[in-house]
Design a protein around this ligand. Structure first.
Ligand SMILES: C[S@@+](CC[C@H](N)C(=O)[O-])C[C@H]1O[C@@H](n2cnc3c(N)ncnc32)[C@H](O)[C@@H]1O
Ligand code: SF4
Length: 238
């Protein structure tokens, strides 16, 4: 077998991150590159632009297989399954996609999105990452989320009928949240037997609505630290 530059026996594989920068409504804590589309957006024009962008990069990555794709946002689930199918077909036509590649899409748990989960699986997406944040309607409201607790639960249930590999995003140290409430969210999430869970401490990021008007009832540092330790113990046990 030829030895490549740097003593490598084969070119190292690649992971592809693709950003979908639109959301129905900007959450007050979020500093990601995400925007409310004032006049809608043309999903196929964006898919074409992504594939053109990929083509520009091909000379730098020639011959290297893709072992994972992550479609993040923003809210990628604002794109139809047909648009995701066209995008993934375009990637396959241009790069060597490993047959076992993990292909993740972030989805918000709104009713509109839930109805599309099956279509995303059929388009070749094999891992769904759902932005639950909390199952508690009081905290979802404080975070400015557009889904409620029932939609969050329904989203997980429907996702698990189509996907073996599901991640849930939770947030903790939320306005007015107690340790018991944070653990209740965690236990609800774990009760579904999902394959991965991300638990994020709410961060007040510069240039967000929460930075301009920080909620007065955030848990203090001691309570937040207790939450983090309790969450870690629960996750280790699970
Ligand atoms: C960029 S978001 C994309 C997911 C999707 N748009 C959603 O919100 O459901 C990825 C995750 O980052 C976390 N996140 C975003 N802003 C955060 C903040 N200020 N503090 C802590 N976690 C945050 C949330 O858990 C969110 O699900
Ligand atoms: S839906 Fe997600 S990406 Fe969009 S504004 Fe809210 S947290 Fe940010």
């Amino acid at each position: 077998m030829p030895v490549l530059t740097g003593g490598l026996r084969e070119l190292p594989p690649l992971s592809l991150y693709v950003h979908f920068p639109w959301c129905i409504r900007k959450c007050p804590y979020c500093d990601f590159n995400s925007h409310e589309p004032k006049n809608g957006f043309d999903e196929m024009a964006y898919v074409d632009a992504l594939l053109r962008d990929l083509e520009y990069s091909l000379p730098e990555v020639w011959g290297r297989p893709l072992t994972s794709i992550f479609m993040g946002g923003g809210t990628p689930s604002l794109f139809s399954p047909q648009a995701m199918d066209a995008f993934l077909a375009g990637v396959r036509a241009r790069m060597k996609l490993h047959p076992d590649a993990e292909i993740t899409m972030e989805a918000n748990p709104g009713t509109f999105e839930i109805e599309r989960f099956r279509g995303y699986r059929e388009a070749g997406i094999n891992r769904l990452s759902i932005g639950i944040q909390s199952f508690n309607p009081k905290h979802l409201k404080a975070l400015g989320r557009i889904h409620d607790g029932d939609e969050a639960k329904r989203a997980v249930e429907i996702a698990l009928t189509h996907f073996d590999n599901v991640n849930l995003d939770l947030m903790y140290a939320l306005p007015g949240q107690t340790l018991e409430e944070a653990l209740s969210d965690l236990n609800t999430a774990l009760s579904y037997g999902i394959t991965h869970l991300s638990a994020y401490h709410l961060t007040i990021e510069p240039n967000t609505m929460f930075a301009a008007q920080t909620p007065q009832n955030l848990p203090d540092d001691e309570v937040s630290a207790d939450m983090q330790e309790a969450i870690e113990s629960c996750l280790e046990a699970a």
